[in-house]
Write a protein that binds this ligand. Structure first.
Ligand code: G6P
Length: 606
């Protein structure tokens, strides 16, 4: 949510900042702005996308080697030129870009206005620029420190001063920020995709830390570039590029087989029917005492958690509850710290609600675990232990490959708990063996992409959809509906197939198609009957079915067959055709698939 980029070095800051903004645009894309310091500050801000900003600045000479830039997802104030970042002080000397929310901005703004400050936007961020000005005595770092001490809220910021053009001051609290250290240049960004092109050496500022970034390194807590703070990025540049695909989303769906391989690499021992999760070894003793798991997440990550609940209870032998992180944190849950663990699932590792749920239970002494994709992200660092997805950067705003890897990791965690409890060796071996087969099975589904596109063409003009599934595939019905809503803006509802007759069936007629997940598993007959009820009301039906099921054709208008697997692992396969269906419809409707309206990739505000 909001992309920040800053550059200081010997190259043209303008080019590097615009390239960085393009790579971060998936985080927010309603307005953008840039400031480059030359003899004078060159500031340009605009409503609209990075392309609009680029168009506005392409003929402006900005030879400077230091600057900051921002792409916004509006919270306070409409997306307008004035509300776009960077924001500045009364003298237009101090400039700041910010990701997060300043909660006490109204109060601060009132007292700053009383002191004579003149505001030019409706944003909470502008308060920071004036607060820094108020505290400025020739040292930007101290001014930022004093200003932030008065602030309640979350921030990732980068600030520069025309009077000190040799530094960018960066600070972080609850919003992501990474500093890249190149050869006589440093790049600040809210995620690694804007840094990868320049360097793999990075520093992750800690919560509340203020860092002075210079072209030849950084200063933090009085120390110059401490070596033990430097980490190496594992991601490759190609992973953050489209590589010939028309959209990141399609590329990321097609990465499914690789993502499974990367998520399970070195973590499965088939002969012993166990998983080995290095990131959980340090808490092995605590885990052996756990009698209750709580999974929290938001959006697609929450649905991964719902599948986890079925997995962990049926095969892991451990009572599990799943909750939206945004609800959990306000519920005052009763937790026994000796026997409860919380699993936070988050692709970005920065989602504000998920992070708050982690902090909330940590305060109560509960063990916290993460299933996180972004290495070094806040949730990854806040949790006591965890498992990284190793899925590579996910750029499409609507999550796809991350879900596939979250499900694979939940299967590994299930194996871990299960084999420590009641799960037999034979069953453990079967599950482990079958997990290995999944990449090839996803390939088989992906090879039907053209057929799924044809089906999408038939259904693209419908205004409403119902998605039905049961047991392990009930969460996938929810996810299928979410994907369609998110990227095509078509109304879609996901429902447990058995509940359909308690309400949604009233909606069904020939204009309200249903997408069913009806596999040859323990609930086949039940879901089949539910789909018959739709058929009897003239509803069109698309079904994801098991290979070889000819009976399903009696009721389905269109069928997508998928390879057989264990029922518990089937969500990893069924989700893929649903992702492709939503993708093709969105493309056919001319939607901005990778950057759907109003959404943001990582939601770092409550
Ligand atoms: C946003 C994204 C979703 C994502 C959710 C949770 O809403 O648009 O695709 O599932 O955040 O994100 P996380 O990074 O915590 O998995």
């Amino acid at each position: 949510m909001c992309g920040i980029v800053g550059y200081i070095g010997e190259k043209s800051a303008k080019d590097i900042l615009i390239d960085g903004l393009r790579r971060l645009e998936y985080r927010g894309y309603d307005s953008a702005g840039i400031i480059v310091l030359d003899d004078k500050p060159n500031l340009v801000k605009t409503e609209g996308k990075v392309d609009t900003l680029d168009e506005k600045i392409k003929d402006i000479s900005m030879p400077g080697n230091i600057g900051i830039a921002h792409t916004r997802w509006a919270t306070h104030g409409m997306p307008t030129d004035e509300n776009a970042h960077p924001h500045f002080d009364c003298n237009k000397k101090i400039f700041i870009v910010h990701n997060g929310i300043i909660e006490n901005y109204k109060h601060l703004k009132e007292s700053l206005i009383k002191n004579g400050h003149i505001f030019s936007s409706e944003t909470d961020t502008e308060v920071l620029a004036h607060l820094i000005e108020e505290n400025y005595e020739g040292n930007l770092e101290s001014a930022v420190e004093n200003a932030l001490s008065k602030v309640i809220g979350t921030y990732g910021i980068a600030a520069i001063s025309a009077d000190e053009p040799d530094k960018i001051v960066a600070a972080k609290f609850g919003s992501p920020l990474i500093i890249g250290l190149g050869d006589n240049e440093s790049i600040i960004a809210s995620d690694a995709s804007a840094i990868l092109r320049h360097t793999k050496q990075v520093v992750y500022p800690e919560e509340g830390e203020i860092v002075v970034v210079q072209k030849d390194g950084f200063i933090t807590k009085g120390e110059i570039s401490p070596k033990d703070r430097i980490a190496i990025l594992e991601w490759e540049l190609e992973q953050a590029e489209k590589s010939g695909f028309p959209h990141f989303m399609l590329k990321e769906i097609f990465e499914g087989p690789k993502v499974i391989k990367d998520s399970i690499r070195g973590r499965l021992i088939v002969d012993e029917g166990i998983s080995k999760l290095g990131g959980l070894e340090d808490v092995a003793d605590e885990l052996s005492r756990i009698e209750r798991l709580i999974i929290v997440g938001c959006g697609t990550a929450y649905y991964a958690g719902l599948v986890g609940e079925y997995l962990l209870e049926e095969y892991g032998g451990i009572p599990t509850e799943v909750e939206y992180a945004s609800e959990f944190r306000y519920r005052k849950p009763l937790l026994d710290k000796e026997t409860t663990a919380l699993i936070a699932i988050s692709q970005s590792g920065e989602t504000a609600d998920t992070l708050s749920a982690v902090k909330e239970v940590k305060m109560k002494g509960v063990l916290t675990l993460g299933i996180v994709n972004v290495v070094g992200s806040t949730i990854a660092r806040e949790t006591d232990a965890g498992v990284y997805n190793h899925a590579g950067p996910e750029i499409g705003v609507a999550s796809t490959k991350a879900l596939v890897s979250q499900l694979a990791i939940l299967s590994l965690i299930t194996l871990m708990f299960g084999r420590q409890r009641e799960l037999s060796l034979v069953m453990g071996q079967r599950i482990a063996k079958e997990i290995y087969e999944l990449p090839a099975k996803i390939e088989e589904i992906l090879s039907q992409n053209d057929k799924i596109k044809e089906i999408a063409e038939k259904y693209k003009d419908y205004k409403d959809f119902l998605y039905l599934g049961r047991k392990y595939n009930y969460p996938i019905a929810l996810e299928g509906a979410l994907k369609l809503k998110e990227i095509s803006y078509i109304h879609a509802e996901g429902y447990p197939a058995g509940e359909m007759k308690h309400g949604p069936i009233a909606l069904i007629d020939e204009n309200f198609p249903t997408f069913g997940i009806c596999l040859k598993d323990s609930v086949y007959d039940k879901v089949y009957s539910n789909l018959c009820e739709i058929k009897a009301r003239c509803g069109k039906i698309i079904v994801v079915a098991s290979e070889g099921d000819s009976e399903i054709k009696n009721i389905a208008d269109d069928v997508i067959y998928i390879p057989k697997t264990l029922e518990m692992l089937s969500p990893i396969l069924t989700v893929v055709p649903l992702q492709l269906f939503a993708y093709h419809i969105a493309v056919m409707l001319g939607r901005n698939v990778d950057k759907p309206r109003n959404l943001a990739k990582s939601v770092t505000v409550e």
